[in-house]
Ligand binder design. Structure first.
Ligand SMILES: C[S@@+](CC[C@H](N)C(=O)[O-])C[C@H]1O[C@@H](n2cnc3c(N)ncnc32)[C@H](O)[C@@H]1O
Length: 276
């Protein structure tokens, strides 16, 4: 399977208003909407434009060009940043009990939260690495988080989460790794912050490094991409996992042709990359 991502469409030659709108958004924000599932994204954008009082897409594009506030609201709508601490706890149980103990044997865990939103996934992983370090002294964990939305990346650097973000987390786990705030929210302890670093980047375009990670998490991010883009992205992520390392995807997702990418499924949502 090719790891080359499809080339973005430049100009609508068909007079397709949605394509022209996508091209305008790409020039304005750098986000390439044509890589996302069209029916879903088009519906979402049209409904939003209508609700904002400008149902004509090209007129709405002009409005977005003139108003940074409207651009903010629009990006909130299209990039869907929903996340939470310990999201899908059954996945975290597998990561904590099976994957981290195995990876810790090397004394170092290099992980990537790809499509990290405001950091809940990266900090949950950091909390579990801190717990693993109690059993594996001198364990070093380095967790990179990247997201296309720079506002989410800024928020992730703060490491601050609301009570709602923590709704699926167990109280003792939270108290160990986070500081309770006056408003009922949770702030990541400095030891977690030391393990994490966040940067903005488009998964479809950013430079990646072969075999750079022991663990790559890409959960609830590819669901918005069309299948061609999703499969090429998965192949690209697999290249970044070192042999013997893991790729973890969302609980409702799948990697097409996992075997041909050199992956063995160890649980419904975790894959181990074959050793050479
Ligand atoms: C639903 S959140 C998932 C967050 C986290 N992985 C989780 O499962 O809780 C999806 C994130 O993917 C990001 N995203 C969407 N397209 C992206 C792209 N092309 N490159 C990087 N991030 C992207 C969005 O900005 C959003 O923050």
């Amino acid at each position: 399977m090719s790891t080359t991502l499809p080339t973005p469409r430049r100009q609508s030659t068909t007079g397709d208003v949605y394509e022209s709108f996508c091209e305008g958004i790409r020039s304005l924000t750098g986000i390439d909407l044509s890589q996302y599932k069209r029916a879903q994204m088009e519906r979402r954008i049209k409904t939003f434009a209508e609700r904002r009082g400008t149902p004509d897409l090209m007129a709405y594009l002009a409005e977005l060009k003139g108003s940074p506030e409207e651009r903010e609201a629009f990006l909130d709508r299209v990039t869907i940043n929903v996340s939470q601490l310990w999201r899908n706890p059954e996945q975290w149980a597998v990561i904590a009990d099976k994957i981290l103990p195995e990876l810790a044997e090397n004394g170092r865990i290099r992980a990537w939260s790809a499509g990290c939103s405001y950091g809940a996934e990266a900090y949950t992983l950091a909390a579990l690495c801190a717990r693993q370090a109690e059993k594996t002294p001198r364990l070093r964990a380095e967790i990179a988080g990247t997201d296309i939305d720079p506002r989410m990346v800024d928020k992730a650097r703060e490491g601050r989460f609301s009570a709602a973000d923590a709704r699926d987390a167990k109280r003792p786990d939270l108290e160990k790794a986070f500081i309770r705030e006056a408003d009922g929210g949770w702030l990541a302890k400095p030891e977690l912050k030391k393990m994490t670093r966040f940067s903005a980047g488009d998964l479809l375009r950013m430079r990646t490094q072969k075999d750079a990670y022991d663990l790559v998490l890409c959960r609830n991010t590819v669901i918005y991409f069309n299948e061609e883009v999703r499969d090429a992205l998965h192949a690209r992520l697999v290249e970044c996992v070192r042999p013997g390392g893991y790729l973890v995807i969302g609980s409702t997702e799948r990697v097409a042709n996992a075997a041909s990418l050199g992956l063995k499924s160890t649980h419904p949502f975790t894959y181990r990359k074959n050793e050479a």
